[in-house]
Design a protein around this ligand. Sequence first.
Ligand SMILES: *Cc1c(COP(=O)(O)O)cnc(C)c1O
Length: 348
Amino acid sequence: MSGFELNKLLRENIKSIKAYSSARDEYVSNGSEMIFLDANENPYENGVNRYPDPLQRSLKEELSKIKGIPSDQILLGNGSDEVLDLIYRAFCEPHKDKVITLPPTYGMYQVLADLNAIEVQQIPLTDDFLIDTKAVLNNLKDQKLLFVCSPNNPSGNLLQEEGIEAILNSFKGIVVVDEAYIDFTDANSWIQRLDEYPNLIVTQTLSKAYGMAGIRLGMLFASKEIVSVLNKIKPPYNVNELTQERALERVQANDQVLVEVQSIIESRTALIEALKEVAFVEHIFPSDANFVLARVDDATKRYNQLLEKGIVVRNRSTQLHCENSLRFTVGTSEENKELIRVLKTIES
Ligand SMILES: *Cc1c(COP(=O)(O)O)cnc(C)c1O
């Protein structure tokens, strides 16, 4: 095993920290109708006059069912961004600790490292966007965290299972597998491997497949021990009542989500086929996500031409191995048709 010990990895001040005790944490219900005069709320009912459940119990119960994992192994946050920040704050001592990223990858790992004064050691993916497993294994030392994004943003592909396994087996720190796009692939989620690896954290989000970017709901799955530390340091009411309600409704309608995801996957295939017919598209990278990265002749020129026609895509050209590459989110089939129509008119 990797020699992982949770208590050794935590920041010193976090080990002894006491969670904020909210008004609602301090009583035991006697089972009958209660009168709440403990939290200085406005007593007149309007649906949101009460503080939300700080542990989001109803929502976690529902997530527990669809994800097949106990509620006490789930932590929810105001988007994945908050969840990732909590991981930094639990484990990384500012100005001292280091983390590893595998670029090109999601920009927030670096932004959050900068915010927390943590040094990032980059170990690039190969030029076909796979983990350079040897290089990673050779560079594992006393870093606290290693971020793996699979399917990876901005490239769209899944990273190798064997590579991630090898890292989990050797790394004394925590491996964070960011699965923001996991619903768009047939591959198994790493959630299923949590019992094997005490140093594994998996993050997911309702922002992509679940179509709820606007409500900000990020999910983290890990051992009970890790979740309980993070629960202690999170802001008490980090997921508001409106978000909890909307998320619960959506997760209960999981079948509808699966239908939409299936249609996005079909549109992705159609978009890739259509992009192949565009003369200035030079290479299309394989995608297990809801976007497609493509190398073109001149990304800045094509980006601006699309913008002029009212279509906004993402120019990822400044990212490692992504020279002249545009990232196309899969839209509705009408939007994709319009994209292709426009791409063909600007070809010349
Ligand atoms: C979009 C995305 C997220 C989602 O972040 P939220 O804060 O939950 O909206 C997380 N990770 C990656 C790699 C993403 O692309």
